[in-house]
Design a protein around this ligand. Structure first.
Ligand SMILES: [Zn+2]
Length: 395
C-alpha cells in the first residue's frame, strides 16, 4: 500500500469523511456550474464572473475574500495553524468564447450529457471549489494549515497563465502545494507541464495593384512562403515537440498585393532545450526571408514555463489513491495547465478533473453526468487529505 492509499483509507474511516460523502450534492454542483457558465468570461474580460464568484465565496463563509487587478478571486478556509504551509486549490474562470457567444445549454437525457460552451472548461472546475466548500462546511472541516481557494483568470489562449502567476506572486511564500481543477480532466493527473512559446509573426511590404505591380512582393505570398518552410521542419518526436500555425490573416482586397500579413504560431515541447532549438529554426527562416522590400517582425506573445514533480511525489500518489478510491483509474499526464506556472516556481502541484466530456473549446462542448459524483468525491478526498498533509511534504 502506498502512503497515499494509507491516508485515503484512514480518512475514509473518519466521521468527517462520512458527513462529506452524505453531503455530496451533484444537483447543486451542476446548478452552480451552469450559473457560472451563463456569465460570459472571455480571457481578459472575466470581471463579471469574478464578481459573482466573490459573492459566492462570501456566502460560503470564506475569510479574506479579495479580488486583485487581474480579476483573480481569493478566499481562505482557515486551518488550525495559520503559519503552516497552505494548500492552494484553483480553477480558471476564463473561456475561449467571445463576449457575445451563444451560451445556451442543452440537456441530453439519452446520452446523459449537458452541452454548453465553457461548461466543462472550466465552469465545472470553478463550481468544484464551491462544491468542496459545501462539504467542508457540512463536516465543519478544520485542516492543519490554511486552504486558499482561488478562481483565477487568464488561463486560456493569450492569457499566458498571467492569472495564476499573479496568484503565485501574492500567495507563493505561504503555499506548500497546489491542486488545479479542470472540469473535464477526470482520470488524468497532470504532474508535469510542457513548455509553450507563442510567436506572432508579421510581414510588411509596399503592396500595390495585383496587375500593375505584379512581380513586386506581397506580404501574403512572402508569409506563405516562409510558412511553407516552417511546416517542413521535423521537430523531435522524443522529447515530444510540436508546432502549429493557428491563426493567419492579412491583405486588403482580392486585387491588391497585400502590404500586411500575420500569423500566430504555437510551439510546444516536453523539453525547454528542444523548444528553444525549434524557435531558433523558425527565427532563422524568418530572417532568411527578409529583403529590403520585405520586412518581418517576430514578437513573443506567449511563454509558458515547464516544470514537473515525479510520479512518486506524495501529492501525485495521493491524487492517484483518491481516484482509485472513487473507482477510477489514474493516468499520469504532461500538459499545459495553470499547474505549469506553479511547477515552474517549484511548488508541487497537480491538475485533476471532475468529470469526462468532449469538444472542448467548441460551441458543442459537453460534460458527462454519470461520472460527476465519483469525480467530485475524488476531489473531496484529495483536497481534504492534502490539506492535512501539505506541511509534511516540504518544498
Ligand atoms: Zn481549462
Amino acid at each position: 500500500m502506498t502512503d497515499g492509499e494509507a491516508s485515503v483509507r484512514a480518512f475514509l474511516t473518519s466521521p468527517a469523511a462520512q458527513v462529506m460523502e452524505a453531503a455530496l450534492d451533484i444537483d447543486a454542483l451542476l446548478e452552480d456550474a451552469i450559473a457560472i457558465q451563463q456569465i460570459p468570461a472571455p480571457t481578459f474580460s472575466e470581471a463579471t464572473r469574478a464578481a459573482y464568484i466573490a459573492q459566492r465565496f462570501s456566502a460560503a463563509g470564506l475569510s479574506d475574500i479579495a479580488r486583485d487587478d487581474v480579476e483573480n478571486v481569493y478566499g481562505r478556509w482557515p486551518g488550525r495553524r495559520p503559519d503552516a504551509p497552505a494548500l492552494l486549490i484553483s480553477a480558471h474562470t476564463d473561456t475561449v468564447f467571445p463576449q457575445d457567444a451563444d451560451l445556451t445549454i442543452r440537456h441530453d437525457d439519452h446520452e446523459q450529457r449537458i452541452y454548453g460552451p465553457g461548461l466543462g472548461d472550466n465552469s465545472l472546475g470553478v463550481a468544484g471549489l464551491l462544491g468542496l466548500l459545501r462539504l467542508w462546511a457540512a463536516a465543519d472541516f478544520r485542516p492543519d494549515g490554511d486552504v486558499w481557494l482561488v478562481a483565477n483568470t487568464r488561463e486560456e489562449g493569450l492569457g499566458n497563465l498571467d492569472g495564476i502567476r499573479a496568484v503565485w506572486k501574492r500567495l507563493g511564500s505561504r503555499l506548500g502545494a497546489g491542486i488545479v481543477l479542470e472540469g473535464m480532466a477526470l482520470g488524468r493527473i497532470y504532474h508535469a507541464g510542457i513548455a509553450v512559446r507563442r510567436l506572432h509573426i508579421t510581414c510588411r511590404t509596399g503592396g500595390g495593384h495585383s496587375w500593375t505591380h505584379f512581380g513586386q512582393p506581397s506580404a501574403i505570398h512572402e508569409l506563405i512562403a516562409a510558412s511553407a518552410r516552417m511546416i517542413a521542419l521535423s521537430p523531435p518526436r522524443r522529447p515530444r515537440t510540436t508546432y502549429n500555425i493557428g491563426l493567419i490573416s492579412g491583405g486588403q482586397s482580392v486585387n491588391s498585393l497585400a502590404s500586411h500579413a500575420e500569423l500566430y504560431l504555437d510551439l510546444r515541447s516536453e523539453d525547454p532545450t528542444a523548444l528553444a532549438a525549434l524557435e531558433a529554426s523558425i527565427r532563422e527562416i524568418v530572417t532568411g526571408a527578409m529583403r529590403p522590400s520585405v520586412a518581418f517582425e517576430v514578437a513573443v506573445v506567449g511563454d509558458r514555463p515547464s516544470g514537473r514533480i515525479p510520479i512518486e511525489h506524495p501529492l501525485v500518489q495521493l491524487a492517484a489513491a483518491a481516484l482509485h478510491a472513487a473507482g477510477h483509474k489514474a493516468r499520469f499526464e504532461t500538459g499545459s495547465t495553470d499547474a505549469n506556472a506553479l511547477l515552474a516556481c517549484g511548488l508541487p502541484a497537480v491538475t485533476v478533473g471532475l468529470t469526462t466530456g468532449g469538444n472542448s473549446h467548441r460551441p458543442d462542448e459537453y460534460i458527462n453526468l454519470e461520472p460527476l459524483r465519483s469525480g467530485m468525491w475524488q476531489i473531496a478526498l484529495l483536497a481534504s487529505i492534502a490539506a492535512q498533509h501539505v506541511a509534511g511534504w516540504g518544498r
